[in-house]
Design a binder for this molecule. Structure first.
Ligand SMILES: O=C(O)[C@H](O)COP(=O)(O)O
Length: 249
């Protein structure tokens, strides 16, 4: 038996459009993001990939995109599990900063190290910074000392995999079609695990906004086809290029 898994990065957000580092800042999707969420619904319906359960982060852009994708294929009623472990990578002191300005100020090497290296986190954010989530009640369950103030991709893998094993794999094992709505870097962490991508090679992987990525998984929950399949490959290719070039004016 194979299991069905759909990964969906949120639609374009207000801060994606403004080219700002977002991380855990809770910005919504914009008009384009809304259209992407609705288009995702059409793609799921066309393929007959109807989710039985949704796992989402605690961030509005993922929750809102999920609602649009599910509403449009009449699956707005399915059970939902929300967890901070699916959140975007915490971008530390870069949260709220302009990507182009950061690139200009620190140079391409440092900029790409912060954006795409596996184990170099950006500087930590001050807990009282205007873009810090340290006092946000939605994270009250995370012991204060463990609440992230910055994260590299390695940290995201470490906090995401326990959730994958304990909550998502059991749903897949029951034969449910699982939809995960999350973020560029939390999905990069999951794809790294699924496809066994090396710490170096993961730097070259970018996830487009709003386009479902479908994985059929074998009995060990490994992809039948490495890399899965975007339901709209052409749009995915164009969007991946745009994500890659963020920061360049
Ligand atoms: O948090 C962000 O700014 C984006 O969602 C992901 O940004 P990145 O592609 O620059 O890592």
């Amino acid at each position: 038996m194979t299991a069905k898994l759909i990964l969906l990065r949120h639609g374009e957000s207000e801060w994606n459009a403004k080219n700002l580092f977002t991380g855990w800042v809770d910005v919504d999707i914009n008009e384009k993001g809304i259209a992407e969420g609705k288009a995702a619904a059409g793609l799921l319906a066309k393929e007959g990939l109807l989710p039985d359960i949704l796992h989402t982060s605690l961030l509005r852009r993922a929750i809102h995109t999920a609602y649009l994708a599910l509403d449009g294929c009449d699956r707005h009623w399915i059970p939902v599990k929300r967890n901070w472990r699916l959140n975007e990578r915490h971008y530390g002191a870069l949260q709220g900063k302009d990507k182009a300005q950061t690139l200009e100020q620190y140079g391409e090497e440092q900029f790409m190290l912060w954006r795409r290296s596996y184990d170099t986190p950006p500087p930590a954010i001050d807990v009282d910074d205007e873009f810090s989530q340290h006092h946000d009640p939605r994270y009250a369950d995370i012991p204060e000392a463990d609440r992230p103030r910055t994260e590299c991709l390695k940290d995201v893998v470490a906090r995401l995999l326990p959730y994958w094993e304990a909550h998502i794999v059991p749903d897949l094992a029951e034969g449910k079609t699982v939809l995960i709505t999350a973020h560029g870097n939390s999905l990069r962490a999951l794809v790294k695990h699924l496809d066994g991508i090396s710490d170096d090679a993961i730097a070259g992987l970018n996830i487009p906004t709003g386009i479902p990525l479908y994985y059929e998984l074998d009995e060990d929950f490994k992809p039948v086809t490495p890399g899965g399949r975007y339901l709209d490959p052409e749009a995915a290719a164009a969007s991946i290029e745009a994500v890659k070039n963020q920061g360049k004016r």
